[in-house]
Design a protein around this ligand. Structure first.
Ligand SMILES: Cc1ncc(COP(=O)(O)O)c(C=O)c1O
Length: 437
């Protein structure tokens, strides 16, 4: 994997192994023999402890939309750090970041509350939906990722050995020891299969508080829900008094008014994270005024108490405000145009190498699959063992040649990138696909 002989990262990993299980603190950024250890980042490049420089398409799992150390974001963070990092009081900055998001004229983003991660945002949205409806269950997609809350982990990594019937996906625990009650209260839907999803929703309608939906779920394959599917799901929610929680933790980046505008959806709650924190830890639950009323503590104990020592901390708020200010219409256009270019270039690399493959994604997001089965559902995208092995080999090749993607070869563009970086990635992919052919 290229980092074998690199002394500094290897040394850090040996030290880490002594005091962290497996030598790592995040499951998503460990791979054999060990990842490179980052030292600094500037624009779209990251430098590791051994002085190697990577063109960064991971951007800390799609959270750094302006790349690393953007001067305006650094200045905002430094200025706030000097004024104080966190208070047991609200600040003007919470209000400003809330206004920056809720001032976009989108009913589903009328009000907002901040927390510290996307996982927390999803957890609070689900608690709010249960409280508002008095119902215990949620529905989510097979393969859909929404963070670490028990219920949304269900069937996140189902595979052929345990996934059950395509029209009634099995409820599989992701973490051993998940209480049976969690499985009983989670209905697993097959993404983009409307008849099967509607049948499952109808069978559980009286108990369902919410459907949790990412309209372009990256781990399901990063294909968008078809208009029929998304509208059909939303209509079923309305029919049965089930709340729609739209997870925009990644896909908020696709449109200035959010993915709900792009896909024509009117969710009750929207979960946000990643880019709204400008690179700092963040999450948020937004929603319609009606839906968000459950959090209102101004009249006494709220229906859903929501706190958090670091929620809306001023460093995150300052970074988020600076980041969203930079993400103007021109920045969105730049990312969209470059996104088309990178997906086209990836398709050209696949064609030139003569290997099975395809590219999914939209806007500034991409994912490469090393097979050419048409992808509509999680099961279509799911790689065979041989395809997984080729994917790991390609990821390793790219890393060794200065390109950082996520381990499943997905990525997100950042505003400092240009056509030159697209070509740099394309050339590495040309070589990588030939090498694994
Ligand atoms: C769609 C989606 N929802 C939720 C989360 C969880 O966010 P966090 O890692 O900030 O807890 C993620 C993280 O990758 C995500 O991609």
């Amino acid at each position: 994997m290229g980092s074998n002989s690199l002394a500094a990262s290897a040394g850090l990993y040996q030290r880490a192994r002594r005091i962290m299980p497996g030598g790592a603190t995040r499951v998503t950024i460990w791979w054999p023999p060990h990842p490179p250890y980052a030292v600094s980042g500037q624009g779209c490049r990251v430098t590791d402890a051994d002085g190697r420089v990577f063109l960064d398409f991971s951007n800390n799992f799609f959270s750094l939309i302006h790349g690393h150390a953007h001067p305006a974001i650094v200045a905002a963070v430094q200025a706030q750090a000097a004024r104080g990092m966190a208070f047991g009081l609200p600040t003007q900055l919470d209000v400003e970041l809330a206004e920056a998001i809720c001032g976009r004229g989108v009913p589903g983003l009328s009000q907002i509350r901040f927390c510290n991660s996307g996982s927390e945002a999803v957890m609070f949205a689900i608690k709010a939906a249960r409280a508002a409806t008095g119902r215990p269950k949620i529905a989510k997609m097979e393969g859909g990722y929404h963070g670490a809350y028990d219920h949304v982990e269900v069937s996140y990594d189902s595979g052929p050995a345990n996934w059950g019937a395509p029209d009634a996906p099995a409820r599989n625990a992701y973490t051993k020891g998940t209480p049976p009650g969690v499985l009983a209260d989670t209905v697993v839907l097959p993404f983009n299969d409307l008849p099967a999803s509607l049948a499952l929703i109808e069978a559980h309608a009286r108990d369902l508080a919410a459907v949790v939906l990412d309209p372009i779920p990256s781990r399901v394959g990063m294909v968008p829900g078809t208009p029929d599917y998304l509208q059909g799901l939303q209509a079923a929610c309305r029919r049965h008094g089930i709340l729609l929680i739209l997870d925009e933790i990644i896909c908020f980046r696709l449109h200035p008014q959010g993915a709900q505008t792009l896909f024509g959806l009117q969710p009750d709650f929207t979960t946000l994270g990643k880019i709204i924190g400008g690179g700092q830890p963040v999450g948020a639950v937004a929603g319609t005024r009606d839906a968000m009323a459950v959090f209102d503590a101004s009249m006494g104990r709220p229906v859903v108490p929501h706190g958090g020592t670091f929620s809306a901390n001023p460093i995150t708020m300052a970074a988020g405000i600076a980041s969203l200010r930079l993400l103007d219409a021109a920045a969105h256009r730049h990312l969209d145009v470059l996104g088309e270019a990178v997906r086209d270039r990836m398709r050209a690399a696949i064609a030139a190498a003569g290997v099975p493959g395809q590219v999914t994604g939209m806007g500034s997001l991409f994912r490469l699959h090393l097979h050419d089965r048409p992808i509509r559902t999680y099961r279509d995208a799911y790689p065979t063992q041989a395809e997984s092995a080729r994917q790991s080999a390609l990821f390793g090749f790219l890393l060794a040649h200065g390109i950082l993607t996520t381990p499943n070869i997905s990525g997100a563009l950042s505003t400092p990138m240009t056509a030159a970086e697209v070509e740099e990635f394309g050339a590495a992919l040309d070589a990588g696909l030939r090498a694994i052919a």
